[in-house]
Design a binder for this molecule. Structure first.
Ligand code: NAP
Length: 310
């Protein structure tokens, strides 16, 4: 009998159970409320699991993140030495591309102004610039970043990307990598999209020094993690004109508290970590495939490199 545990300190993962019952009809599915003996657990399905809990599961064979990121797992100093897998999913990628494309267009075509004009019944035009004249930079040219880049290029935007190492990219996509090419990358981003994983190297990367290297008035879109942004640096950068606007989907504290100043600043558009999602059936299927491969002595499909941190 396979036993799966659904572990989260801050999210009810019960919404996954129907899909997992389909995929694992004979398994014992345990939630945080009734974990039972920890030595029976074969796989942990996680979002921000309580630190140290998995270290007490001696027969654990797989740690499965329910998202694309694994920063919520590497935060556990006692993470046991078993494969850690993340979700890689075409629906998640196209959902992200839809959100990022919307956010770029919303900024570049002044949709915020039109919403205000429409609410006041005013017929007012804002400047219209062709997509080709607008440079969008994607920091993090991985699974999600590349799909966003393709979607924006298909609309005619001038797209550039930045990764840690050199990458094969579609023709027409300007590519930069590493610290040495970061400044050159940033200098050509009228809109900067953060799609980096959260690692030691990328925590706090969206800070005042970086904003100062962007073209004046740039639009920041953060769809990575809240801790990529030094929150205290954002409003001063908007006030100074280094940034013109920010669209933020992830925050250090979620839900963003009602008293947070980002809610009340008209230059900042807050969305509640909804840029994209993975369907429970996909998480269940990838968990089953990963567990089957591990039990067959093979490498899991999308195991992450814990040394690298993503
Ligand atoms: P991925 O495939 O692992 O790609 C990560 C990209 O970031 C790679 O291109 C990598 O470079 C680059 N990178 C990593 N560290 C870097 C550094 N120090 N400097 C420059 N580039 C660096 O990840 P993904 O699947 O695209 O997901 C990215 C992130 O999106 C996730 O980690 C998650 O936090 C976030 N996310 C957010 C939502 C949401 O709803 N807001 C949903 C899903 C995911 P290399 O190519 O050289 O390895």
């Amino acid at each position: 009998m396979t036993t799966l545990a659904f572990l989260s300190a801050n999210l009810d993962l019960g919404y996954l159970l129907p899909a997992f019952r389909e995929e694992f009809p004979d398994a014992d599915l345990r939630t945080m409320a009734e974990l039972g003996p920890l030595d029976a657990i074969d796989a942990a399905v996680c979002w921000c699991p309580p630190a140290g809990l998995m270290a007490r599961m001696p027969n654990l064979a797989l740690i499965q993140s329910v998202g694309a990121g694994i920063d919520h797992l590497t935060a556990d100093a006692e993470l046991p030495p078993v494969p850690v897998c993340r979700i890689v999913d075409t629906d998640m990628a196209s959902g992200m591309a839809a959100y990022v494309t919307w956010a770029v267009i919303h900024g570049q075509r002044h949709m915020g102004r039109y919403l205000a004009s429409a609410a006041a019944g005013r017929w007012e035009e804002a400047p219209i610039q062709p997509p080709r004249a607008h440079r969008v930079g994607i920091a993090g040219l991985g699974t999600l970043g590349l799909v966003c880049a393709r979607a924006l290029m298909a609309l005619g935007y001038s797209v550039r990307g930045w990764s840690r190492s050199p990458r094969e990219v579609p023709q027409g996509l300007d590519c930069f990598h590493g610290q040495t090419q970061q400044a050159e990358f940033l200098a050509g981003c009228d809109t900067l999209v953060c799609l980096l994983p959260l690692t030691d190297e990328t925590t706090g990367i969206l800070n005042r020094d970086l904003f100062a290297q962007l073209p004046r008035g740039a639009h920041l879109i953060n769809v990575g993690r809240g801790a990529h942004l030094v929150e205290a640096d954002l409003i001063p950068a908007l006030d100074a004109g280094h940034l013109g606007a920010a669209t933020l989907d992830a925050f250090v504290q979620e839900p963003l508290p009602p008293e947070h100043p980002f809610w009340r600043d008209p230059r900042i558009l807050v969305t509640p970590h909804i840029a994209t999602r993975t369907q429970p059936a996909v998480i269940a299927r990838q968990t089953r495939m990963n567990l089957e491969r591990i039990r067959a002595g093979r490498a899991a499909e999308v195991a992450v490199d814990l040394q690298r941190g993503y």
